[in-house]
Design a protein around this ligand. Structure first.
Ligand SMILES: Cc1cc2nc3c(=O)[nH]c(=O)nc-3n(C[C@H](O)[C@H](O)[C@H](O)COP(=O)(O)O)c2cc1C
Length: 220
């Protein structure tokens, strides 16, 4: 499904400027802005969870987590996580194994449309686990969030310092996923120990994107 050239690989990921094969795009349920979990409770209960119930994830919960990571909040542009110069270098992927009604594959979250675009078919959890020091939480999760960065979006304005900004930003996005997870009964664990090249290859990331963090997700 991916293109052969660098241009193809980038174009297929830019639904804002390039026609998208509608059959590969999955519109997500609207995020819900109310909860019985207070922000204080979520902070107090946040912890890294490495074992999950094995239940499949509801699409509404997946939608909520992706929105928490990089969803649009105001002016059809700004996002849940701050970004230096509002340049948004992060891209969020979801490696789907066991999500209700969703074909296994690798999906790219499209913030501007609150949708997921399938970029690869097939369940990639085992492969991802293998290249992450075989940490079992990746294999056992219902789905796995992978956050990547395109440094050029921030370095074009900030020079080399833009790399630091992208690294800071992945922390904001990841914490949002942790906290949103608490309110949904979904556990996650930041995983930084993986082979960058292998992860990029498994997800068929565009050449300008670096994987920064892996977050397996599943009901506690
Ligand atoms: C950048 C980063 C990388 C991490 N990498 C891993 C990892 O590869 N495997 C893992 O099990 N936990 C990983 N963790 C989770 C930490 O082990 C965990 O946050 C720490 O033990 C504190 O526990 P808590 O998150 O439950 O408060 C990572 C955390 C961060 C912030």
């Amino acid at each position: 499904m991916s293109g052969n050239t660098e241009k193809d690989r980038n174009d297929q990921f830019d639904p804002g400027t390039y026609p998208v094969d509608q059959s590969l795009e999955l519109e997500l349920p609207e995020p819900i802005l109310e909860s019985s979990t207070s922000i204080e409770q979520a902070l107090a209960e946040r912890q890294s969870v490495r074992s999950y119930s094995g239940r499949s994830l509801a699409l509404s919960d997946v939608s909520q987590l992706l929105w928490a990571a990089q969803g649009i909040t105001r002016d059809s542009f700004f996002r849940t996580a701050p970004s230096a110069g509002a340049l948004y270098p992060l891209e969020v992927y979801l490696v789907v194994g066991n999500v209700d009604g969703v074909v296994a594959g690798v999906y790219r979250y499209v913030s501007s449309r609150h949708s997921m675009l399938r970029v690869l078919d097939g369940d990639r959890r085992d492969e991802l686990c293998r290249v992450s020091l075989s940490q079992p939480q990746i294999r056992d999760a219902a789905a796995v969030v992978v956050i990547a960065a395109d440094y050029s979006r921030t370095t074009v304005k900030y020079g080399i310092r833009g790399i630091r900004y992208a690294h800071v930003e992945v922390g904001f996005a990841a914490e949002n996923v942790y906290l949103q997870g608490v309110s949904l009964g979904i556990g996650t664990c930041a995983v930084g120990a993986f082979d960058d090249g292998e992860v990029a290859s498994i997800l068929d990331l565009p050449v300008n994107e670096e994987p920064l963090l892996i977050m397996p997700i599943g009901y506690v």
